[in-house]
Write a protein that binds this ligand. Structure first.
Ligand code: SAH
Ligand code: SF4
Ligand code: F3S
Length: 446
């Protein structure tokens, strides 16, 4: 049997795509492998969001070139495929810089992989078109149903934040139909999935064709999915503040299956910087949104993304970000140093922030957010929470799962509880993980 190795970088959309590429190759008779040395097809599913992410691809391709040559000496062929957002952004450059690459395929074209692989035996091929047809209509059924699975419902972005490559690498916003999403979710649930995270670059801009022929927004989609037997939990990510409408906020109060966690990137707490970033909202709008969300769902765990060192960011601007974080209080967050990306408006600016200032600001912001995360995690010690058990843990006799607030818990419990919701008493909180034991005297709340 032929074997395929897929390595994915970047966001959850890429992780989803990597799984679907494995499905496409699976339908062609390839078995998935996690040992790159034995793979007949190697796919790097790349990310272009920051310079570091994009650079990784070329160092990885250097190693693959050696591997390909070694395998050739023993008479084995290796097809090397670059997929994802670097493929979309730098297709021709990849072929020029990396002679070992056989196929370059963008995020909207990977349903064509079998044909591209076949064609690559006579010449190197690039497919980075944004095809009119919908790749989802051409993908085979999903082969695996993890206890917690991702499901892409929306792709692309029309927002054009000044720093961001996504509108260029993923194309315009497109939503899948409720029927298609429901069919995929039902199949996942039949296979054992108990939690689905609906994903999209701007998932709360979702507006797909509804079952009744009109457009459905995210709350309607979630209400529909919540009726699927076996599906216990729903989540969605990533959202944009400007698409966080009253209906979606109410959904956090009304849909029991929707978990109390919201990732809502704000990027900066300075109005001046938000404006320069083309985010199209100010810091107070974000504060008011959070207040409304907390009113609808008081225990909601909040998460965000921050960029420090955007061109022109002053100490005062950064102080505004620190103030916003101190006021709101986040359960978790991602922090990034601004990275200029070719083709984006911000990359043209001449008022770059010095690297030393970026590092200092990143460290200060991370320290504040880490302290918030510690305090948040510690707040659960002694309480009993519902945990959806996903898989075996680090040690034998341990399993791992997630709380409603998306915290990871290591539990001393047998593997038989995998795939079920169990009440867990939290006994200890680490930096990234909680530790607990099954609370035999308690029942799950759901
Ligand atoms: N669609 C989401 C985010 C997608 S990218 C949103 O609108 O919020 C994920 C995160 O990467 C962004 O939220 C941002 O914080 C970060 N990011 C994007 N471009 C970046 C860049 N050029 N430099 C540093 N961080 C960046
Ligand atoms: Fe990028 Fe902005 Fe679109 Fe998010 S909303 S993907 S940050 S352009
Ligand atoms: Fe990266 Fe593309 Fe996702 S640039 S963050 S893999 S949309």
């Amino acid at each position: 049997m032929k074997k395929a190795f897929v390595k994915s970088y970047g966001c959850q959309m890429n992780a989803y795509d990597a799984g679907r590429m494995a499905d496409v190759l699976g339908a062609e008779g390839y078995a998935a492998t996690d040992m790159v040395e034995e793979a007949d097809v190697v796919i790097l599913n790349t990310c272009h969001i920051r310079e570091k992410a994009a650079d990784k691809v070329y160092s990885e391709l250097g190693r693959l070139r050696v591997l390909k040559a070694t395998r050739r000496e023993s008479g084995q062929d290796t097809r090397i495929v670059v997929a994802g957002c670097v493929a979309q952004a730098e297709g021709a450059e990849i072929l020029a810089r990396a002679p070992a690459v056989d196929v370059v395929v963008g995020p909207q074209s990977y349903h064509n992989l079998p044909a591209l692989l076949a064609a690559s035996h006579t010449k190197r091929v690039v497919d980075t078109a944004f095809p009119i047809e919908d790749k989802f209509d051409h993908l085979p059924a999903r082969r695996t149903s993890a206890v917690a699975s991702f499901l892409t419902v929306q792709e692309g972005c029309d927002k054009f934040c000044a720093f961001c490559v996504v509108p260029y690498t993923r194309g315009a916003e497109v939503s899948r139909s409720v029927a298609a999403i429901r069919a995929e979710a039902e199949a996942l649930a039949r296979g054992g999935t108990r939690e689905i995270t609906l994903i999209g670059q701007n998932v709360n801009a979702y507006h797909g064709l509804g079952q009744d022929g009109t457009q459905a927004a995210l709350p309607a989609l979630m209400r529909e999915l919540a009726t699927i037997p076996g599906l216990l939990r729903l989540r969605y990510t990533t959202s944009h503040p400007n698409d966080m409408d009253g209906d979606l906020i109410r959904a956090h109060a009304d849909i029991p299956a929707l978990m109390p966690f919201l990732h809502l990137p704000v990027q900066s707490g300075s109005d001046r910087v938000l404006n320069a970033m083309n985010r199209k909202h100010d810091a107070d709008t974000y504060r008011r949104l959070i207040a409304r969300v907390r009113e609808a769902r008081p225990d909601i765990a909040l998460s965000s993304d921050f960029i420090v060192g955007f061109p022109g960011e002053t100490d005062q601007d950064f102080a505004d970000t620190m103030r916003l974080v101190a006021e709101i209080g986040f359960a978790s967050a991602y922090t990034f140093k601004y990275s200029p990306r070719p083709g984006t408006p911000a990359a043209e600016r001449e008022d770059a922030v010095a690297e030393a200032a970026k590092s200092e600001r990143l460290a200060a912001l991370q320290a504040l957010l880490d302290a918030q995360r510690h305090a948040y995690n510690a707040g659960f010690v002694g309480s009993v929470v519902d945990v959806l058990v996903e898989k075996a843990g680090r040690e034998p006799g341990q399993v791992v799962g997630k709380t409603p607030h998306l915290l990871t818990v290591q539990i001393d419990a047998p593997a038989t509880v995998i795939g079920t919701l169990v009440p867990v008493r939290i006994v200890r909180a680490g930096t990234n993980t909680l530790f607990g034991e099954i609370a035999h005297d308690a029942a799950v709340a759901a």
